[in-house]
Design a protein around this ligand. Structure first.
Ligand SMILES: Nc1ncnc2c1ncn2[C@@H]1O[C@H](COP(=O)(O)OP(=O)(O)O)[C@@H](O)[C@H]1O
Ligand SMILES: O=C(O)C1=C[C@@H](OP(=O)(O)O)[C@@H](O)[C@H](O)C1
Ligand SMILES: [Mg+2]
Length: 170
């Protein structure tokens, strides 16, 4: 396997990036960073409040600033937010940082899993959500690996990634 120092989880909201990321890090004995949690720690605000007070454009600039500040990380699982991979500047930084793994989820499952709560970007009508999901999928699919999370538990998705990383290392 190309010797990539970190594992980066990308995918739509509710695909399990945060939940799988923390388990994966434990399993691989890697550090773990959830970008949203890090942004909340740095700004001392929760994500919905950042969107409400400053809007999406500002949130995106905070995401990019965080990525630029990361420097040399290694042995870290990084869980992105669902929109992080959606700009060329972020994509470049992420792909240089590590192995990109896309967690695939359908829109219906994403809505079921999140209950539509606490995700400012899910507060849109069905048609808008569908076009956002489709547009994002085109980008997520450019990741080096895609894992279908449909019908797989968080533990199963984690184990799937652990297994293929082991095989890639052989
Ligand atoms: N594979 C899965 N099967 C069932 N529920 C899941 C799965 N992955 C995540 N979830 C649940 O979906 C919700 C959102 O997961 P989360 O890890 O926050 O996703 P993301 O960070 O991609 O938005 C959580 O309640 C989590 O327990
Ligand atoms: O899809 C998005 O644009 C967003 C996803 C959220 O993260 P999760 O994908 O972890 O829910 C969070 O970064 C923010 O609400 C914006
Ligand atoms: Mg998350």
């Amino acid at each position: 396997m190309r010797d990539k120092a970190n594992i980066i989880l990308i995918g739509f909201m509710g695909s399990g990036k945060s939940s799988v990321g923390s388990r994966l890090a434990k399993n691989l004995e890697f550090d773990f960073m959830d970008m949203d949690k890090e942004i909340e720690r740095i700004t001392q605000m929760d994500i919905p409040s950042i969107f409400k007070k400053y809007g999406e454009y500002h949130f995106r600039s905070v995401e990019t600033a965080l990525l630029k500040s990361l420097g040399a990380k290694e042995k870290t699982v990084i869980s992105t937010g669902g929109g992080t991979a959606m700009c060329a500047e972020n994509w470049k930084i992420l792909s240089e940082l590590g192995l990109l793994v896309h967690l695939y989820v359908t829109l219906d499952t994403a809505i079921l899993r999140t209950g539509g709560k606490d995700r400012p970007m899910l507060q849109q009508d069905r048609g808008q959500l569908e076009s956002m999901w489709q547009k994002r999928l085109l980008v997520y699919q450019l990741a080096e690996h895609t894992v279908d999370t449909e019908g797989r538990s968080i533990e199963e998705v984690t184990q799937y990634i652990v297994d293929f990383i082991k095989i890639l290392k052989e």
